[in-house]
Design a protein around this ligand. Structure first.
Ligand code: ADP
Ligand code: MG
Length: 365
């Protein structure tokens, strides 16, 4: 029997899977469908259950209950090597005594490929990861980034239908991580393989994924496109974990309207107060880059919110200026501004007027 969402488009189907260790659930009962060819990231803080999910797919962990289907087939009783998977690990897991060529050839040899086939496939995998010419090197003679390229080549060389990666860039520095992210994205695009990627880095997940499954404490906090998680977080945890956000205490006053502690009234995204009773105390989220600084005599439009605060902090980071405003009645508002050189004209302790669109104010349930 197939569950409601599972279709022929589904490559991996987690159906009521749970994993407990001595009565403690590392993974609460979970349903996830991974689509054929999609790049799905399992994102979340350390200990949230990401690797548990990946290892259950890989066959390294047996779940306590539930069903796992890969391409429509029950696979829980199948050993790892019969599940059609390739894996890339954070610590590369290369064979130290073998050179690059033999490391990449290894999965083909154990599958009984001919020397001619091995030569052709290893050659093309080396090309894909940009390591032609490195065939004779031993892993210890290469940098971390190069070793991980070998790890990726060894994974794609036998064309698995699913690739699993567990924090593959976790041991590399920022610049190399950015570069390899681009390469992994391109490899995924070129090969069209279903890819499940574990990371605790929200920026990485936003950059790479078709969809993100955000985990918290062994449960799915939210599952959706990067856009949905960023702009329509369903909880404070999601709003806080994905990107920077302003989360202001508010009271729901009417359909699509809330008030702040100062009494200021905000119009919010149409529909987002739908299931919330008037009078409820909750939080409204506004992304800092959606807030504009009101300059001169500009009067914000009808569907705009405007507030004033006192500048408490100004910092310049990565091409943008961050202003922290203290709001009347309490609470801080973070504003990110890419265009202005206002920091030269605005000083700490001065008032600042800002505005943003109603559509960018999302009330959390
Ligand atoms: N073999 C084990 N025995 C007991 N608890 C475990 C074991 N493996 C993992 N856990 C627990 O399960 C939870 C989820 O772990 P894991 O999936 O590795 O998290 P993540 O990959 O998100 O950091 C953690 O609380 C961890 O301590
Ligand atoms: Mg992990």
């Amino acid at each position: 029997m197939l569950n409601a969402q599972q279709t022929s488009d589904t490559m991996i189907s987690f159906q009521g899977i749970r994993k407990s260790y001595g009565g403690l659930d590392a993974l609460h009962t979970t349903d996830i469908n991974v689509r054929r060819g999609e790049f799905l990231s399992l994102l979340g803080p350390s200990g949230s259950g990401k690797s548990t999910i990946l290892n259950i797919i890989a066959g390294a962990i047996q779940p306590s209950s539930g069903r796992l289907l890969i391409d429509g087939q029950d696979v829980l009783d199948k050993p790892s090597r019969e599940r059609g998977l390739g894996m890339v690990f954070q610590n590369y897991a290369l064979l130290p005594h073998l050179n690059v060529y033999d490391n990449i050839a290894f999965p083909l040899r154990i599958r009984g490929a001919s020397n001619a086939e091995i030569k052709q496939k290893v050659g093309s995998a080396l090309e894909r990861v940009g390591l032609v010419g490195f065939e004779k090197r031993k892993p210890r003679e290469m940098s971390g980034g190069q070793q991980q390229r070998v790890g990726i080549a060894r994974c794609i060389v036998y064309s698995p239908s699913i690739i699993l990666m567990d924090e593959p860039l976790g041991a590399l520095d920022k610049k190399l991580r950015d570069q390899l992210q681009g390469e992994i994205k391109k490899i995924h695009r070129d090969l069209g393989t279903t890819l499940v990627y574990v990371t605790h880095d929200q920026e990485e997940a936003l950059n790479l994924s078709d969809r993100i499954c955000l985990m918290n404490g062994g449960r799915i906090a939210q599952h959706g496109t990067p856009d949905e998680l960023y702009f329509e977080p369903k909880s404070e945890f999601v709003a806080d974990f994905v990107g920077e956000s302003n989360l202001l205490d508010c009271t729901v006053e009417a359909a699509n309207r809330v008030s702040l502690a100062s009494g200021a009234q905000l119009q919010v995204k149409p529909g987002c107060t739908q299931d919330i009773v008037v009078g409820t105390h909750t939080k409204v989220m506004i992304r800092p880059e959606k807030i504009a600084i009101t300059q001169g005599a500009v009067v914000p439009g009808a569907a705009q919110n405007s507030v004033s605060g006192v500048v408490r902090q100004i910092s310049f980071v990565g091409g943008m200026t961050r202003f922290e405003l203290e709001l009347p009645g309490g609470g801080n508002l973070l504003v990110k501004d890419i265009s202005s050189r206002l920091s030269e004209r605005t000083a700490i302790g001065q008032p600042m007027h800002v505005h943003w669109s109603a559509a960018d104010s999302v009330v959390l349930k």
